[in-house]
Design a protein around this ligand. Structure first.
Ligand code: NAD
Length: 502
């Protein structure tokens, strides 16, 4: 199906590319897929007021009932998985199974959140005072702003929205200006869930869309009614957003750039390592926040691993992401291609040797699309370009002799999202995960850096921003905690033995 047919299937009535609309272009061929009316700043402010009103209604609804709305959303996503996944492929360029996988992730987080809606519990804590009970409660927080990046055009909203909704919050979503159609389709599915909820009035405006660029993200950053701003994108964006939210004492949850490494030790299973490295570095054309960008290889296995990798790289099928057998689709746009070329030029200047790939392909057939061969680059040291996240399929290869040096290299970058080690030596594997090991939010053993499950908390340290979303207890960021002490005695003892007798 083409984009307009998919949109009609998903319940989007009008996404024609009229004048004045934000146009969506497919990275597959550069063609226009459709257009979306942009949200003006005044409309954004009005949406914020509606979101605040929706929050004030929703916070009083029992959490398990709130979970019912998320259950219905999960059902809509399940029924429409193929169509929405295909639209993700058309608009973001992901291969078919990754597009479908992104929607599966949305379904998974809905199911997680439904279970969570009966488990938003606090602690009962021993009080030092007789006849007193101390406990904590978790209450709804407010309006949650969501800013998302082009590379996970719909899943990031669902990680945030599914939790926010069961936590009693309302949501305002500013998707990437590069992927407005998938956002519109997701919103249409959400509206269907609202209609089936049984009380559409109660659930009205619980999640709304703001279509446009950074100015709408700035609106969310500046407005004190946005209690939590969950912002996913580049570190540059995080640097702009975080001080604004902090200046008004708001909360932010930052999911920013990564520069993820795999360490390959002498005891590694190289068959497994090669598969994980290629999926991590080449999958989604290197455009995942968790893409593998650095390889830190022990000198004893260096030559063998590189020979196998070059062979594997040579067999990666590049082209139309919706075609059977394609493993790597296009870069998102010309800008991404230019950044990749600039990084490769810098790598050469800094002593690097491009072992394979890096060049544009299919340009004669698709002059407005940017397909590349993934690049393998041997670096003499962890130079400036290696320490920088370039959002493209470039894998820098470094070698090490002493295990501690491998850990030091792994940690010596400004970002701290994902990391992995391939080792069958339990000492190395445990040391990698220990306090003095990887400093990342994700540290894996014998699996790659990308493709996290929703059950764990997702996020990273340092310039990645420190936020955690998705599973585990990430829901706590979407609620406020109240500590309650109840005195059921007839006396009024003070804590710490303080006497204050009148
Ligand atoms: P980007 O920073 O260009 O844009 C992300 C979003 O931020 C967009 O919606 C954009 O409109 C908005 N934005 C940009 N400037 C803003 C400002 N000053 N104020 C408010 N909003 C602003 O990123 P991108 O190119 O879409 O995505 C790629 C980046 O996202 C990579 O760095 C990648 O690592 C990162 N990313 C991180 C995660 C994670 O979970 N850590 C997940 C996906 C992507």
């Amino acid at each position: 199906m083409n984009a307009q047919e998919l949109l009609a299937t998903l319940g989007v009535a009008d996404a024609k590319p009229f004048d004045g609309r934000l146009l969506s272009r497919s990275p597959i061929d550069g063609g226009v897929l459709g257009g979306v009316a942009p949200t003006s700043l005044d409309e954004g402010r009005a949406a914020l007021a509606r979101a605040q009103a929706a929050f004030l209604r929703w916070r009083n609804v029992p959490a398990p009932r709130r979970g019912e709305l998320v259950r219905l959303l999960g059902e809509e996503l399940r029924v429409n998985k193929v169509a929405l996944g295909e639209l993700v492929s058309l608009e973001a360029g992901k291969i078919r199974s990754e597009g479908a996988g992104e929607v599966q992730e949305m379904i998974d987080i809905c199911e997680f959140a439904v279970g969570l809606s009966r488990q938003l519990h606090g602690l009962t804590i021993a009080s030092e005072r007789p006849g007193h009970r101390m406990m904590e409660q978790w209450h709804p927080l407010g309006v949650v702003g969501v800013i998302s990046a082009f590379n996970f055009p719909v899943a990031v909203w669902s990680w945030n929205a599914a939790l926010a909704l069961v936590c009693g919050d309302s949501v305002l979503w500013k998707p990437s200006e590069k992927t407005p159609l998938t956002a519109l389709a997701t919103q249409a599915l959400f509206e269907r869930a609202v209609q089936r909820f049984g009380d559409a009035e109660l659930a009205r405006d619980l999640s709304q869309l703001l279509i446009g660029g950074a100015e709408l993200g700035e609106l969310l950053s500046d407005d004190p009614r946005v209690a939590l701003l969950s912002a996913t994108g580049s570190t540059r964006m995080g640097r702009a957003v975080a001080p604004k939210v902090a200046a008004r004492f708001g909360r932010s949850l930052l999911e920013l750039g990564g520069n993820n490494a795999i360490i390959v030790t002498p005891s590694a299973d190289l068959d497994m390592a090669v598969r994980a490295i290629v999926f991590g570095a080449v999958g989604t054309a290197g455009q995942r926040c968790t893409s593998t960008r650095r390889l830190i290889v022990h000198k004893d296995v260096h030559d063998e691993l590189l020979a196998r990798l070059e062979k594997a790289y040579g067999s990666v099928r590049i082209g139309d992401p919706l075609a059977e057998g394609t493993l790597m689709g296009p870069l998102i746009d010309r800008g991404a291609f230019e950044q990749m070329q600039a990084a490769l030029a810098q790598a050469r200047e800094q002593g690097g040797r491009v072992l394979s790939g890096g060049e544009r392909v299919l340009a004669d057939q698709l002059p407005n699309a940017y397909y590349v061969r993934p690049a393998l680059v041997a670096m003499p040291a962890q130079s400036e370009v290696v320490r920088h996240e370039t959002f493209a399929p470039i894998l820098y290869v470094l070698s090490y002799e002493a295990f501690d040096d491998a850990i030091a290299l792994q940690n010596e970058v400004p970002q701290g999202l994902s990391s992995a080690i391939f080792s069958n030596d339990v000492r190395e594997a445990e040391a990698f995960m220990a306090a003095a090991g990887s400093d990342c939010g994700i540290a894996n053993v014998n699996i790659g850096t990308s493709g996290a499950e929703i059950g764990g908390a997702f996020g990273g340290e340092k310039e990645t921003g420190g936020g955690r979303e998705s599973g585990s207890d990430a829901w706590k960021a979407y609620m406020r905690r109240a500590t309650n002490t109840v005195n059921y005695s007839r006396a009024l003892p003070l804590a710490q033995g303080i006497k204050f007798d009148l």
